[in-house]
Ligand binder design. Structure first.
Ligand SMILES: C[S@@+](CC[C@H](N)C(=O)[O-])C[C@H]1O[C@@H](n2cnc3c(N)ncnc32)[C@H](O)[C@@H]1O
Length: 503
């Protein structure tokens, strides 16, 4: 029998894109075995709605060989390939079907899956309209459009889970960090029993080389309970994970696993992907001291975001240009200065935002008019974001922010002091202190750089496999600012009431 270990990712970009379109990332055996051991208990048949190359079938043959296996997948080629490779025995019942559009019409006592992780913009309108119906039917409400296919796999699977049945799904962290997650988990936790959640230390990730933070949800169709087991798996190939899941999540300590008993309300409001917290009413959040906005979305960086050389070549005068920075990696360290801009210019990086706002067409110099006409000919005025502007070449407006936040970096997410007076594009967030008083700004700067503040980013951001964190503007405003630091620097709150972390 073949066991599936780490999937080698294709180096060829086309092949990798194909994998992404179908969400074909295989579960490694040490994780598949543990998940199957949890669901197979008390079931005659184990069902995998997106069987792929049979990681869970292979696991079942090892863990409980007498039990039956039923698998479906939308992709006949992948099943044929797995058959050819001798992965599936004659006892595997397999069907080619789309689990969302055409699910099996029966209930299951055991469902296990690594659902396809395909982001919403790659999905067909037929699927999206089916999503709407499914969520209305189950949740009585729709979910935000950013919820991907994997979320609806979970909904569909839960709706097919028999009374007393068990489900184990391995999902990306956005399942409990996305904008839709509050509605989703409110519903799940009222209807089902969330028995356990397994998270992984970066070095123990089940999918090395894939930028997702994976989480296993262990759910049964039983009356909800107030407590759940929350596990952090510290080492790859962990045998303890298998033992713990096989033994019905019992036991308090296992080598290589950190196990916590958590309160369901605390876990779902903190986020299942995050460490438990004793209290989650923070006295201060960033919104008490600053406002946050995203950087400028030009709608066409090639056209609006220029190198100094290009601007000169076109003949655009300085009053139509604003100093700007686009990529987070264009700024190293904690401050952005005139020298940073000079270095970027020398490297041929764009540093100027074309902003013809405030000037009437008839007053514009010929080179500017010609450049705008060129953009018109390229069809830029018809692009989704740009077409909402009047006239189309009008640029979004931002005051120069005092601080920036580089919000998705492979290296640490960080705050940056904007000493060069630039306007950032969407790779950054703009932070405006609630007072421009020099002393106030300096105190806030010290607090923002403090490791205790930085470590709170995990509480409000979305996590990725590489350890990167992405934080949206509203979430950054909810960043807890440690009370000790506020006291130490004697920073006064400039807003009436603090926002709760979870509003
Ligand atoms: C992440 S892979 C997991 C495969 C396997 N269960 C494993 O864990 O290694 C997801 C699988 O979902 C399949 N898939 C994608 N969309 C589907 C759909 N709408 N219905 C059923 N399967 C689908 C893909 O072909 C792929 O094989």
């Amino acid at each position: 029998m073949r066991t599936i270990t780490h999937q080698k990712l294709p180096t060829n970009w086309g092949q990798r894109e194909k994998l992404r379109d179908r969400g074909q990332f295989w579960t490694p055996d040490w994780v598949a075995d543990a998940m199957v051991a949890y669901v197979a208990r008390g079931a005659d048949v184990v069902f995998d709605p997106c069987v792929g190359k049979g990681a869970f079938y292979t696991a079942l043959k090892k863990v409980a060989p007498k039990k039956k296996f039923f698998g479906t997948d939308v992709d006949p080629e992948i099943i044929a390939e797995a058959r050819q490779e001798g992965i599936f025995g004659n006892d595997a019942e397999l069907e080619i079907r789309d689990f969302i559009l055409n699910p099996p019409k029966k209930f299951f006592k055991a469902i296990v899956a690594n659902p396809p992780y395909i982001r919403h913009h790659r999905l067909s309108s037929e699927l999206k309209s089916c999503f709407r119906k499914m969520s209305l039917l189950n949740l009585g409400d729709t979910l935000d459009g950013r919820a991907g296919l994997h979320i609806y796999f979970l909904l569909q699977a839960l709706s097919l889970l028999d009374k007393g049945g068990r489900l184990a799904f391995i999902m990306p962290a956005d399942t409990c960090e996305g904008v839709f997650s509050k509605k989703l988990w409110n519903w799940v936790s009222k209807k089902f029993r969330i028995e356990g959640v397994v998270t992984f230390e970066h070095k123990a990730t089940p999918f090395p080389g894939v930028d997702t933070n994976a989480i296993i949800f262990l759910i049964s169709n039983e009356k909800p309970q107030e407590k759940l087991k929350w596990v952090k798996c510290l080492v790859p190939q962990s045998k303890s994970l298998f033992e713990f899941l096989k033994n019905n999540l019992s036991g308090k300590s296992c080598k290589g696993l950190d196990i916590y008993e958590r309160d369901l309300i605390e876990a779902s409001s903190t986020g299942f992907s995050r460490m438990p917290r004793a209290g989650h009413d923070f006295e201060y959040t960033l919104a008490d001291f600053a406002r946050v906005m995203r950087g400028i979305a030009t709608g066409a960086n090639d056209f609006f975001f220029l190198t100094r050389e290009k601007a000169k070549e076109i003949g655009i005068p300085d009053i139509f240009l604003l100093p700007a920075v686009g990529r987070t990696r264009d700024v190293e360290g904690a401050s952005l200065t005139r020298e940073t801009l000079i270095k970027l210019e020398a490297k041929g990086r764009p540093t100027l935002l074309f902003s013809p706002n405030g000037s009437r067409w008839e007053d514009m110099p010929e080179p500017v008019k010609n450049y705008i006409n060129e953009g018109e000919k390229l069809g830029l005025s018809k692009r989704a974001l740009i077409s909402t502007r009047q006239p189309w070449y009008k640029m979004e407006v931002r005051e120069v922010p005092i601080f920036l936040f580089a919000y998705l970096g492979r290296r640490n997410a960080r705050f940056i002091k904007n000493e060069a007076g630039i306007i950032p594009l969407t790779g950054f967030l703009c932070i405006y202190p609630r007072s421009n008083d020099g002393e106030y700004v300096e105190k806030l700067w010290k607090i923002l750089q403090h490791p205790d503040t930085i470590s709170n980013l995990h509480l409000v951001g979305k996590s990725y496999g590489s350890g990167a964190i992405k934080v949206e503007p509203r979430s950054l405003e909810r960043l807890p600012i440690p009370t000790e630091l506020v006291k130490k620097f004697n920073l006064s709150k400039k807003r009436e009431s603090a926002l709760s972390l979870f509003t």
